[in-house]
Design a protein around this ligand. Structure first.
Ligand SMILES: Cc1cc2nc3c(=O)[nH]c(=O)nc-3n(C[C@H](O)[C@H](O)[C@H](O)COP(=O)(O)O)c2cc1C
Length: 413
């Protein structure tokens, strides 16, 4: 999922003069949208509002007209509104749908344009941020999940709903993110620092497992992907600890950089830093096997044939997941042959992590390449997917997906 939500930038700086189209749909949390519009206006944005017919049953358009200082067109076929859906979509630099009902999510996922708000989303060329709000059963419904995945694949940003008391009286996941969080997400989408206050631990590069004093077993990882992730996390304002093995290029200047050699050293460094991080991203290519015995000196050809016994290394990601504290977000990487989705999801389940980033082995993807193609899964849901892009862009897509995670709002606050 690509979204962001906890910018702590100075109110006003990022949104001054920004043109934001707010779409209000027919959920009980429509009353909170009045506050969202107020916040956006206060932060300097120019705000227009569209409402579905159902939304007008919850809050009067007059409220939004007064708060935004602009008329709220209601009827697609009224003379004043004939081109309003296209005009407003073109005017807007961001569209934010809050609350987004299950119904509206379904309509925009299907590309429908049967009222002014849906037509505006359909005609949009700017980023669209969507803050779902619904009963927990609706949020868990497979059809809603499919529609959310579809929207993510279409490049829309989902601002995760929170967990807690719902308007229907039950407890669960589905309550709309708070207006301050949504305003922060809009602000961050213009280049704020949404990870300010969040501590990210990233591993990168390869490991080297000694055979003797001069030889080792390793792999083709260049460190590019992990370093790109560290750079992106820094750009987003995070405090970054980078644990990296040997790499083909210099490491970025993270807040803390620890260089290690073997898988065992990497494991020790990760475990030491783990309690202090909010997000662990395990992008390093850690050796799965290490020589059972390491020669003390240099093995000589004249000593005759050598057979190498390899023992499995400790699984760093699984070990970290087993020791995680509440609220920590664990992200693994899976390098698979083409079509490795099932294997990546198995890895996610097996390790107990929250997200898995699948990259495939290919001439322009995976180890060593300058470019990559990544697919991010959260549980079984695909939350981000790129074409073959630079590793910097792939890193941005990974963090866009993480930024929607409601646990980050607590970590950064
Ligand atoms: C009191 C009440 C509260 C509702 N709250 C929600 C809600 O929070 N989320 C939701 O998806 N639908 C909710 N609905 C159902 C929507 O209003 C209904 O699906 C409507 O068709 C949505 O239309 P729209 O998507 O065009 O706004 C609620 C309905 C009622 C009567």
């Amino acid at each position: 999922m690509s979204s962001r939500g906890r910018s702590r930038t100075n109110a006003g700086a990022a949104l001054a003069q920004r043109k934001i189209l707010c779409i209000v749909t027919g959920g009980i949390s429509a009353y909170k949208s009045a506050w969202l519009v107020r916040l956006l206006v206060r932060r300097g944005a120019s705000v227009r509002v569209l409402m579905t017919a159902a939304a007008q049953r919850f809050v009067a358009p007059l409220t939004f007209e007064v708060l935004s200082g602009n008329p709220v067109p209601l009827d697609m076929f009224a003379p004043r509104s004939w081109v309003e859906h296209v005009d407003l979509a073109q005017w807007a630099e961001r569209i934010v749908v809050a609350p987004a009902t299950a119904d509206f999510i379904g309509r925009i996922a299907a590309g429908l344009a049967d009222d002014l708000p849906a037509a505006a989303v359909c005609a949009a060329r700017c980023p669209v941020l969507i803050a779902p709000a619904m009963n927990d059963g609706m949020w868990a419904n497979p059809a809603v999940r499919r529609n959310i995945e579809r929207l993510v694949a279409d490049g829309r940003t989902i601002i995760d709903p929170g967990t807690g008391e719902l308007a229907c009286g039950t407890e669960g996941t589905g309550r709309m993110a708070e207006p301050e969080e949504i305003a922060g997400a809009v602000e961050a989408s213009f280049g704020g620092r949404p990870l300010e206050g969040v501590r990210v631990l990233i591993t990168a590069g390869r490991t080297e497992e000694d055979i003797d004093r001069v030889r080792y077993i390793s792999n083709r990882s260049s460190g590019r992907m992990g370093f790109a992730l560290a750079r992106r996390a820094l750009e987003l304002g995070a405090r970054v600890t980078l644990v990296h093995g040997p790499a083909d290029l210099p490491a970025p200047a993270a807040d803390e950089v620890k260089r290690v050699g073997s898988a065992a050293e990497m494991r020790a460094a990760v475990m030491q830093a783990l309690p202090r991080c909010d997000i662990l991203v395990m992008a390093a290519a850690v050796a799965d096997f290490t020589p059972s015995r390491t020669g003390r000196g240099k093995m000589r050809r004249s000593d005759g044939p050598v057979s190498l016994e390899l023992s499995p290394t400790g699984d760093i990601l699984a070990g970290a997941c087993a020791k995680r504290r509440a609220g920590q977000i664990m992200v693994g990487f899976a390098l698979e042959e083409s079509g490795g989705e099932a294997a990546a999801k198995r890895k996610l389940r097996g390790k107990g992590c929250d997200y898995i980033v699948l990259n495939t082995i290919g001439p322009r993807t995976g180890f060593g390449a300058e470019t990559n193609r990544v697919t991010v899964f959260r549980g079984t849901a695909k939350v981000a997917e790129t074409a073959i892009v630079s590793k910097d862009e792939a890193a941005a897509a990974v963090f866009d997906a993480l930024l929607g995670d409601s646990r980050l709002r607590k970590a950064g606050s």
